[in-house]
Design a protein around this ligand. Structure first.
Ligand SMILES: Cn1cc(C(=O)NCCN)ccc1=O
Length: 117
């Protein structure tokens, strides 16, 4: 039991900053394309082109459900959002530009977290 407690304490410590970063992503001006899963009725080709859809609401739920076993898993899901966005959208489109901006914002916050100790 003692070992498990140590692991879970470590995990809570690791994932608390992830929750803070997620909240900052959700309230960013350019977050609007990423708040919810892409509407596949509005974009019928999306499901065919994007094999691993991801969005901020899904990540929020996964955090709440203790789905992530490390902060690296959280980081991978966030990066999936922006990789999908680059695959499906032109760089100079409104959504494409929002994706590049949000990725920069995220990576800066991620670096802060990884260099702060
Ligand atoms: C992430 N993403 C979002 C959209 C979109 O239009 N979202 C509007 C939500 N109201 C379109 C393509 C795409 O890759």
């Amino acid at each position: 039991a003692a070992k498990k407690d140590k692991v879970s304490k470590k995990l809570i410590k690791e994932l608390a900053p992830c929750k803070a970063i997620l909240e900052d992503l959700e309230c960013h001006d350019d977050a609007w394309p990423f708040l919810l899963p892409v509407n596949t009725k509005q974009f019928p080709t999306y499901k065919k082109i994007i094999k691993c859809p991801m969005d901020l609401s899904t990540i929020k739920k996964r955090l709440q459900d203790m789905y992530y076993k490390s902060r690296e898993e959280f980081c991978t899901d966030v990066r999936q959002i922006f990789n999908n966005c680059e695959t499906f959208n032109e760089d100079d489109s409104p959504v494409g530009k929002a994706g590049h901006c949000m990725r920069q914002f995220f990576e800066a916050r991620w670096n802060d977290l990884c260099t702060s100790h």
